[in-house]
Design a protein around this ligand. Sequence first.
Ligand code: ZN
Length: 379
Amino acid sequence: MKRNNYFGSGIQVARVYGIPVRIDYRWFFIFALSVWLVASNFAQGSARVLRADRVDVVAAWSIGIIVTLALFFSVFGHELAHALAARSEDIETEEIVLHPFGGLARLRREPDSPRAEFRIAVAGPAASFIFALLGLGAARGIVALGEYWTAATIFWFVGFANLLLAVFNLLPGYPLDGGRVLRAYLWHRTGNLQEATRQAGLGGQVIAWTLIAFGVYIVVAWNDYFMGGWSVLVGLFLRSAAVSVVKATHGTTQPTVADAMAAPVAVEPDAFVSYFVDDLLPLHRQTAMLVAREKRLHGILTLADLQAVPRDRWHRTRVSEVMRPVDAQFFVGPSTLLAHAEVLMQQNGAGAVAVINNVGELIGFLQRGQRVRPRISSQ
Ligand SMILES: [Zn+2]
């Protein structure tokens, strides 16, 4: 999903749910800058959003560190939500990276379906919305309890930052989360992942240029070099990511499962093993056979599994008793990259996978080393 390698160096700081968490070195500079900005605001009593009192220097620096750490965990929580949603779609996360412009959950492979893409994409902003509600709610609660303006301001600030994080990420341009939602929608509507990626990437470029223009405007009109410069930087960063995404959809189109799959031959779960061995196997020389009824996959039967059943019991053993029951490692979508499917087939022990469409119907069969057929469609 997010495979761009902008963030080469950094240090691993933790492992959460088995996922390595890495911090980009440049991020430490932003951390220090944030501590300083927050601290100086509180020291001058200029955190005026609520009525924070002026605090002494030690308190100001402490608040700077607390708020910055809270922002750090906000971004981390956002990325962790993506990673856990991906895991529930059977996609592992290589690592979570925290970098100067936020975070990144690097997934091991692309989602198999628009629905999976959508779920993984919205998990992050959903987490940020929840953090925002908690922060803003706590700020209100503290004010209701008494006039603890400084504490209330801290919670308000962190809550508001999370709200911004959620809303900004939902802008409809790839690689922002909103761009992924847009891509999932286009993919669902047209069935063409590459075209959906291209259009969502163009959306990302529009947003990037808007941010750059907005930043320049802020510098010129308000003389605010800091805010303006930041907006330009984020815009440039987004632009390069969006451009490389669009570029990747041109030219070398990587073969997908649909380019190589064969028509699905399947055996019914109630059939006897002897029928499979005597009648089906001679016709289809393959080491694994799909088990299905009415286009629904029930499992996969491998020749290796059959060896566990004595030959004299083949005529009274049903296929469903020996097959490997259906499991995420035994099927892929037609738009899954062939390279990903090859890895899956290597790991699942069957050397083959079923191909299943959006509505769960069996539409193809793929075994290891299958050649790519020439493309018939003209795009
Ligand atoms: Zn996100």
